[in-house]
Design a protein around this ligand. Structure first.
Ligand SMILES: C[S@@+](CC[C@H](N)C(=O)[O-])C[C@H]1O[C@@H](n2cnc3c(N)ncnc32)[C@H](O)[C@@H]1O
Length: 194
């Protein structure tokens, strides 16, 4: 689903966290290609977590913006991908082909699965790809505190969807944070945790 320049851009960015301790986490994995590529690239000495409903996206709401509402109604569009629904077996297969053998794929809605992220584990790289406001906010509320100082938060949908962008700014503002939203030379949006 990811354009090749953005795919490569994600790997370029992830190269910067080799010195940061912690797991690699992707929220919104679809068929698992990006997670598996990061696992292949960053190697087997880390733990990888993949979170997804594997039931597609929740219904977009007004806060997600007109484009999101229109996108979800247009079920015959070539970018609809069955509402981004993919069976878990694709992610399992992808991860089994990567170098990493330490990974967990957690199926379910973020609001239910993320609070169970192990309390004693920290995160070096958090990749947010859940598209909508609530999905992004659930990820930030549950996992941002687990990201280590200097850790990387990749925001796949910052430019794509209003809901994601709103969630990022609301979260930063509500928590009195001043992390900058940056854009890599490949056009990938991200923040570095202060
Ligand atoms: C755009 S796709 C992810 C694409 C994937 N990262 C890739 O690189 O190919 C968005 C994914 O987020 C998942 N998702 C969105 N909101 C969710 C939520 N609240 N709980 C669980 N999964 C969610 C969907 O099931 C879907 O697989």
């Amino acid at each position: 689903m990811i354009p090749s320049n953005i795919f490569v851009g994600n790997l370029f960015l992830s190269d910067n966290i080799r010195h940061i301790e912690g797991s690699i986490v992707e929220c919104g994995v679809w068929r698992g290609g990006m997670s598996a590529a990061m696992a292949e690239f960053l190697g087997p000495d880390r733990k990888y977590y993949l979170f997804d409903s594997f039931e597609g996206l929740p219904s977009a709401k007004e806060i997600d913006g007109e484009n999101a509402l229109a996108w979800q109604k247009n079920t015959s569009s070539p970018t609809y991908f069955d509402n981004c629904k993919a069976e878990i077996k694709y992610a399992e297969e992808c991860m089994s082909m990567s170098k990493s053998k330490i990974y967990e794929i957690r199926k379910g809605w973020f609001s239910e699965t993320l609070p169970a992220f192990p309390y004693n584990e920290s995160i070096a790289l958090l990749r947010l790809d859940g598209d909508w406001y609530e999905s992004t906010m659930d990820c930030l509320k549950n996992l941002y505190p687990k990201v280590n100082k200097g850790g990387l938060i990749i925001i796949d949908d910052y430019y794509a969807w209003d809901g994601c962008c709103r969630a990022i700014h609301d979260f930063l503002s509500e928590n009195n944070l001043c992390e900058r939203i940056r854009e890599s030379k490949h056009g990938v949006s991200y923040m570095i945790k202060k």
